[in-house]
Design a protein around this ligand. Structure first.
Ligand code: FA5
Length: 329
């Protein structure tokens, strides 16, 4: 019994399942090969009556053509799929420009701190450090700023809770006695760092900011040494036309004391640093014998240095993390 429809349906189902050329080959053999289903159907024709042979013959011929067409179509599909798999790696175009990672860079205050350190190191100064959380002794008493003396009022202090009278240092001058306790002159240091004051904040005052302390001690240091070194520093640091003026001032830990202001052409004077010759009481606090050594000290505002150098008239910009500002450095 010859059931052409059944053969056709089976061939179609089998075709739908094949996934490789080998399977396609197999199917070809099974249906169109020398001993395949189609050949077998043709073989049956010879026993049929003439009329039946003609009708069935036509049908078998159509079946053959249909399976051929379906197989060809399937092979074409397989070829395309193979090609797609082969070229999949090529979708990565290695000649395309890459996505550039956004590079971070140094904060302007870090930049300035490094510039300052480099200049002083070139003049033989070492870098010293002290704690941000300080004792009353190193921040005040050792610097000739005794308890209840009105001079302490100059720096409105963040005291820490507790018995031990700890505070957030109000000046990098606190590093002076720490360092001198461990070293004997001659010595030349700078001590950059953050300090804290309960200030009314405005365009030139922050309540957390940075200073760089300087201290040079030997047997014969005088104000002329201070002037020479600080002039050299300011010239190297600003490298542009910046006016400098020196005024007499008062600090309990220096005698005499000065203040240095700076201004860009056409700008306003801005106080840059306090300075002076180290008071003998400070040497005594560090257990140096009185009148054996002389030295100068200064404390320069790092934020102010940056403001004058880059023409920034608002100190708060340094601490606001605004990329439009930070990207300019
Ligand atoms: C002092 O802090 C002294 N320790 C400086 C000193 C050191 C004098 C050694 C003598 C010897 P003064 O409070 O003036 O001094 O601060 C020094 C500098 O820090 C100022 O000139 C200024 O540049 C900067 N500064 C002070 N207060 C602020 C503030 N609130 N915001 C930003 N910068 C400040």
């Amino acid at each position: 019994m010859l059931d052409i429809e059944k053969i056709k349906q089976e061939a179609k189902d089998a075709l739908a399942k094949i996934a490789s050329n080998e399977e396609a080959q197999e199917l070809f053999r099974k249906y169109l090969g020398k001993n395949g289903e189609v050949a077998r159907a043709f073989a049956l024709l010879k026993d049929m009556a003439v009329e039946e042979r003609q009708t069935v013959g036509r049908e078998v011929n159509e079946l053959k053509k249909e399976i051929e067409a379906l197989l060809a179509e399937k092979k074409e599909l397989l070829k395309k799929e193979l090609k797609r798999l082969e070229t999949m790696g090529d979708e990565i175009d290695i000649t395309r420009p890459g996505i550039k990672p956004v590079m971070g860079h140094l904060h302007p205050l870090t930049l300035v701190q490094r510039q300052v350190a480099e200049i002083f190191q070139s003049m033989g100064f070492e870098i010293a450090q002290g704690p941000e959380m300080e004792t009353e002794w190193y921040n005040f008493d050792a610097l000739n700023m005794p308890k209840d003396h009105p001079v302490r009022e100059m720096q409105d202090t963040f005291w820490l809770k507790g018995e031990s009278k700890m505070l957030m240092r109000t000046q990098t001058s606190a590093v002076q006695v720490h360092y001198m306790e461990k070293h004997t002159p001659p010595l030349r240091i700078i001590a950059p760092g953050r300090i804290f004051r309960n200030e009314a904040i405005d365009a030139t005052h922050e309540c957390q900011f940075y200073q760089v302390e300087g201290l040079m001690v030997d047997k014969n240091i005088c104000a002329a040494n201070f002037k020479a070194i600080i002039e050299e520093f300011l010239e190297k640091f600003f490298q542009t036309d910046v006016d400098i003026r020196l005024r007499p001032s008062f600090f309990p830990f220096t005698e005499p004391s000065f203040e240095i202001d700076a201004k860009r052409k056409g700008g306003k004077w801005l106080e840059l640093m306090g300075a002076g010759m180290v008071n003998q009481n400070v040497f005594e606090a560090a257990s140096y014998p009185r009148d054996k050594y002389r030295g100068f000290a200064f404390g320069v505002g790092l934020d102010r240095l940056a403001m004058i150098k880059y023409g920034i008239n608002e100190i708060r910009l340094f601490y606001q993390n605004d990329l439009r500002f930070l990207k300019q450095f």
